[in-house]
Write a protein that binds this ligand. Structure first.
Ligand code: RFL
Length: 388
């Protein structure tokens, strides 16, 4: 198999990249491990920032998002001292989120990519990657095979194989386990509050995020290594009630829990995110904790930058943007990591191993007070929360 740009992985990163290259008439082949049904049903992100909405709209990929997505502009913080709301759509740059589930976006992007004449094979697992020759070996139901491109895009997520193709001596890895885990829950229930709500409690963090009129996501901080099966529907709703302080703020709209899984808050960035003919995009380049809902947004941002750079190289013989792809992306990646890290510190109490928990508690109180009272801080928060 021979193509111009060989893309590994059909998540938001690979599919946005593939669509943008097809729009320029560039040949692409996407190899995806999962089945089409599997990737179209995999519920993950939901909050698209302003840049993501722009990229999708400008490149003709936003029909589903514009039709079924909902604008979202407010978040709320709850703790023992009360609750305050930030209408971030009126702060900072005045930007809002669009709430549109990632698997619906992936479904739209696959249909559009095939319409644009893109090649896509499901059920193909890439096992070996050669960044110098842009060649991969893969396994599928029919046996094994090889594919080659002029360029290779690694869009295979945080546990993918492409990032391992960069020789260890050429790359610095910055990996951090934040020591915190969330039980990520999907419920068949309408949202309980109008706003994204972050609740801080001595039992741990709890979060509430809209997904669609019938589906709401909740998060519960749990001990790392906890078994999701130990969390029955009753236990989940009871603990959400405690941490969300329903006695004080009113009940949650309950429904069956349809998915429960443990997400460890981790960051894992490599530098550079390119080597020879290989370019990494999305979680493959930089895993970010879900605390600030940035992962899918970074993937879409990087896909647009790489698509522009590859188009320059392939249609105008201009390699400048391609040579500096990593240098262009990494400062933005680190800005998102920094904000996400700040959110982790805001949302979670000190871990038991920390020597002076009282100090950490007081800092967290000060962070919240500053966010509640200081307009300049609110503007900065809003800009960082929706922007990249
Ligand atoms: P993906 O989506 O993981 O896609 C990678 C694809 O590559 C395939 N693959 C392979 N294919 C062939 N051969 C191999 N060897 C392969 N290895 C892997 C996989 O099957 C898969 O289809 O990566 P991509 O495209 O970089 O996109 C990243 C986003 O999916 C991720 O950052 C977000 O979901 C993170 N995230 C959120 N991001 C946001 O921007 N806003 C949010 O509100 C948000 N909420 C979340 C999230 C992630 C979560 N989890 C489950 C970690 C909420 C949660 C709970």
């Amino acid at each position: 198999d021979q193509t111009t740009v060989l893309i590994i992985g059909a998540g938001p990163a690979g599919l946005v990249l593939g669509n943008l290259l097809r729009a320029k008439g560039i040949d692409t082949l996407i190899l995806e491990r999962g089945s089409r049904e599997h990737v179209q049903a995999r519920a993950r992100a939901g909050f698209l920032g302003a840049n993501s909405a722009r990229v999708l709209t400008e490149h003709g990929l936003a029909a589903g998002m514009l039709h079924n997505g909902r604008l979202h502009d407010t978040c709320a913080f709850r703790d023992a001292s009360g609750e305050f709301e930030l209408n971030y759509g009126k702060l900072g740059r005045g930007e809002m989120h669009t709430v549109y589930p990632q698997h619906d976006l992936v479904t739209d992007l696959i249909a559009e990519y095939l319409d644009r004449g893109g090649e896509l094979r499901f059920g193909v697992t890439v096992t070996d990657v050669d960044a110098e020759t842009a060649t991969v070996r893969f396994r599928h139901a029919g046996g094994t095979g090889e594919a080659r491109g002029r360029f290779l895009a690694g869009c295979d997520g945080s546990n993918g194989v492409t990032r391992q193709a960069i020789p260890a001596a050429r790359v610095t890895r910055h990996a951090r386990d934040h020591g915190i885990a969330w039980l990520a829950v999907l419920t068949q229930a309408p949202q309980s509050m109008a706003a994204v709500t972050y609740a801080m409690h001595d039992n741990g963090f709890a979060g509430h995020m809209a997904r669609s009129p019938e589906v709401t996501r909740y998060y519960l901080q749990v001990p790392p290594g906890d078994d999701p099966a130990a969390w029955t529907d009753e236990r989940i709703w009871a603990e959400l009630g405690v941490r969300m302080r329903v006695d004080q703020f009113g009940p949650l709209r309950q429904g069956p829990v349809t998915e429960r899984r443990i997400v460890h808050l981790r960051s894992d960035i490599i530098d550079p995110i390119q080597h020879a003919r290989l370019f990494l995009v999305g979680d493959a380049a930089s895993l970010i904790s879900p605390s600030a809902a940035k992962g899918a947004n970074l993937a879409i941002m990087e896909a647009e930058i790489l698509a522009g750079a590859l188009t320059d190289a392939l249609t105008r013989d201009d390699d400048h943007a391609l040579a500096s792809y990593s240098r262009t992306c990494l400062p933005r990646i680190w800005r998102a990591q920094e904000f996400s890290h700040w959110m982790i510190a805001l949302l979670h109490g000190p871990t038991r191993t920390e020597p002076d928990a009282g100090f950490e508690h007081a800092l967290r109180r000060a962070r919240l007070d500053s966010l509640r009272d200081c307009r300049a801080h609110q503007d900065f928060f809003a800009e960082s929360y929706v922007g990249i």
